[in-house]
Design a protein around this ligand. Structure first.
Ligand SMILES: [Zn+2]
Length: 248
């Protein structure tokens, strides 16, 4: 029975021949993040790992012997929950020390404990949001601005894009404009009021995104977007902040 529930926990969407998106339809939409699986020639890439409420490994079909590089875009609960299940764990250099204990105060796991409607369907008999914990997942490689994640046929450059969180990173394949944005930008309500958010840094990130040549962006939440849509979203954020600053 438990297996059946686990199999039904994740939603899966085939995006194109090499890209699959997974998500957790039964968690509260505040913490319903996108999990991206991209097939590469020499290695596969997984960007973010969801809440970790049910095992993610069985959902990711990587051929035996082919490495699966897992990149956490930042240390928030909805992105790092299942990171510990994977052997190749990459994440931001800035928060690397914190991946070694996954403190509730850093991941914001504590916010989930009392969240009204945390899940719309129980993942297992007797499951309680109050018992939710994220296992430690020490990084096997740390990533910072300018680093490269190489899948053989694709190379992703790491961008450090703080604002939503201080440690937010994103991955850009400059050769064809494929962009994994994490929570630096996505097509939805951007969160800039967490205790570790920084609006001035977020504005600088948005300025940078205005000039970033992307073909397609896959964000940490919401639908994917093209370059024009990303510029719209970044401009809208900047206008909102300017209005706020001049009104305040
Ligand atoms: Zn986040």
């Amino acid at each position: 029975m438990a297996d059946l529930v686990v199999d039904n926990w994740f939603g899966k969407e085939i995006v194109d021949a090499s890209t699959t998106m997974l998500t957790e339809p039964f968690v509260h939409d505040f913490v319903r993040a996108n999990i991206w699986h991209l097939k590469g020639r020499d290695a596969d890439l997984l960007v973010d790992t969801g809440m970790g409420i049910c095992p993610l490994v069985p959902q990711i079909g990587t051929p035996a012997g082919k490495p699966l590089i897992v990149v956490a875009t930042h240390i928030h609960l909805d992105h790092v929950g299942s990171l510990h299940e994977f052997p190749l764990r990459m994440g931001p250099r800035m928060s690397a020390a914190q991946f070694e204990d996954m403190d509730d105060a850093v991941t914001y796991a504590y916010m989930f404990h009392n969240l009204e409607g945390a899940v719309s369907r129980s993942p297992a008999p007797g499951w309680k949001a109050a018992d939710y914990r994220i296992p430690a997942a020490p990084l096997t490689r740390t990533l910072d601005e300018g680093d490269v994640v190489d899948l053989g046929d694709r190379k992703f450059h790491v961008l450090h894009l703080p604002g939503h969180s201080p440690d937010s990173i994103a991955l850009l394949d400059e050769a064809d404009g494929l962009f994994f944005a994490g929570d630096a930008i996505y097509d939805g309500m951007l969160i800039d009021d967490l205790p570790d958010s920084d609006r001035a840094a977020y504005c600088r990130t948005m300025q940078r995104l205005l000039d970033l040549p992307i073909r397609i962006g896959h964000g940490g939440h919401g639908p994917s977007f093209d370059g024009a849509r990303m510029r719209e979203m970044a401009s809208a954020y900047l206008r909102r902040r300017e209005r706020f600053v001049s009104a305040g």
